[in-house]
Design a protein around this ligand. Sequence first.
Ligand code: ADP
Ligand code: ZN
Ligand code: ZN
Length: 738
Amino acid sequence: MDRAAIWRVAVEAPLADTLDYLPPLDPPPAGSRPGLRLLVPFGRGARVGILIEVVDQSAHPADKLRRVERVLDPEPLFDVLDLRLLAWAAAYYQQPLGAALFAALPARLRTPEPLSVETAPGLRATESGRAVDLETLSRAPKQRALLDALRSEPEGLTLGELTARLGDSQSAIRTLRSKGWITDVQLARAPDPVTETPPLAGPELHAEQQAAVEAVQAAFGAFGAFLLDGVTGSGKTEVYIRLIESVIAQGRQALVVVPEIGLTPQLRERFRTRLPGPIAVLHSALKASERERNWLRAARGEANLILGTRSAVLAPIPRLGLIVVDEEHDDSFKQQDGLRYSGRDLAVRRAQLAGCPVVLGSATPSLETLRNAKLGRYGWLRLTKRAGGARAPTISILDIRNQPLRAGLSPVLRAHMHAELAAGNQILLFLNRRGYAPVLTCHACGWVGECPHCDARLTLHLSERRLWCHHCGWSCPQPDLCPACRRPELQMLGRGTERLEEELVALFPETRIARLDRDSTRRRGELGRVLDAVHRGEIQILLGTQMLAKGHDFPGVTLVGVLELDQALYASDFRAAERIAQLIVQVAGRAGRAERPGRVVLQTRHPEHPLLQSLLREGYSGFAEAALRERAEAELPPYSHLALARAESPNPEDALAFLRQAHELGERLAADSGAIQLLGPIPAPMERRAGRHRAQLLIQCAERPRLQGFLTRWVNEVRTLPRRKGLRWSLDVDPRDL
Ligand code: ADP
Ligand code: ZN
Ligand code: ZN
């Protein structure tokens, strides 16, 4: 048998390893290059696979090997660097290689479909159009020129090409089309190169921005990680733009990842007016065909700038010269199923592999990133002033113990609100709970509305007259009588945004009030409509959930009220305080402008809480210092590394029992080193969810490589444990939620 005759292929299947195949009978014209998309026999069917490498020997006898059915594309979709990144991600997150590769592919390319051919609308002369004597059109020069041009091109011309040759010819096109002399066609052609207006010039950089730009530019062509630590409005985006401009000028591509889909249109528009295109946008809300087209433009090196949400970090980008992760602290960078990766952490790894700088920007850096900056692993670039000269908002605490609350608002906050409204200013109220009331209960017998599938209460949504479970999506009509005792004694306890809105309307009549939460923005375009109305000054009070803190600016807002943060201060998740501090500072940063600085008021029953106090006295950096000290004492991340094994099953005991076995296995494997700690298993914070019983086992270790080594050995063995029917388990490396 000839050498180098075994193709090692990754497929999307729950396998730890690649599979060996014989090469296809028709060898690919461009050679057997890694990254090629293939169709391979698998079980009784066929699957898409990616060629990983060509080797000369297989552990299996050659007569047992099956043959690759065919090569699907003329060129590999991934290059060697892409494959290295994805292999790293698979190993790090303890997933099969196929899981990482297929997470990186647009949906259609996970099937044996061919790559889509790009088409552009165009026109072609018909038989009768070709037979016409052009002289008969001498009185209609536009029609004559158009027909002449089309007759000279047997395939036809795209509308863009026609406009370039003849200028606007809409009416001539209509006339010739109605005569049947020309016809509409789709031409297999890349879309017309947009005749871009030359990019607008930006403002002159201030000294801190200039220093940041120069520091990163000095790292071009080699790996370097930077924290761009700057309050909202300090000009971080302006720094990104300059950096992207200079990598594009060097003939390289830039990748910008953002946490939220909602942020891409504004940012895209800003980039479009400032940077020489083309820009490829990548996120899950795009139509599948559009996403695939943009992905291919990134992969073929045609797009100068790739702007997307976390999965864009996995896309092939052959000429990558710079990565920017905006709002790097945001939890949305963490993928919560399948390949449970952190888009931010992969961005840093990718920059290392590609040998290019990565810039992590935030007004409220994550504690992990701050520690890396403190240790000098990341360059620490600070922007301390707001670019437009706006002053930072003040943050203050309102002790609401023993205060008569109306609509959850203390008298002081209400007085502030009246004063701001009288002065013509806008107000933002933040309540992180949607729906009308989080509890429906019976005053007569004590019945409480609970989800039949989860350990959770049902939230009343009054406008829909339904009770909803926010954890599994189950719902039922709102009962009129108590389901238990049939008496009309049902009471709504607590307050969600829907109720707050209703109460505000009563408290502040004549005031225009709007609400932003997942329910109010379900209709397409609604979010944009509300934000526009706020910007035009048509809304005076805007209330909503954490959606308010995500990237939207509210220059007319001078007062921000945070209604309930006590829950977050005492939540079981050790990251809860970090999240609430980030949220407060983010909302604060988006309010106010130069002449009218914003003020943030936090209502609490725990005014002495140490983390709140440090946030108040020393701002976010003071808070972060205090929080890092707490983490160090408790040996929590970033001072240790975590992995969380989760199991769930239809039967109450199975998940716990499975993880107990996994624990024992782990104890045996880790016996040689006391460095690995296995904690649990314990029931998950919500033990039953969507009808399944859940448990979790925490693995903790101070040293990353040791943890990684342990996990690889352990996961291999846990996979072989017997599993009761319906039991599912998964491992989450660097979990965000415990
Ligand atoms: P961030 O991304 O940190 O929130 P931006 O880059 O969006 O900040 O800047 C905030 C505002 O200030 C924008 O309107 C931007 O155009 C403007 N700006 C940024 N840098 C400068 C500068 N050097 N001179 C004048 N205006 C600037
Ligand atoms: Zn009752
Ligand atoms: Zn439920």
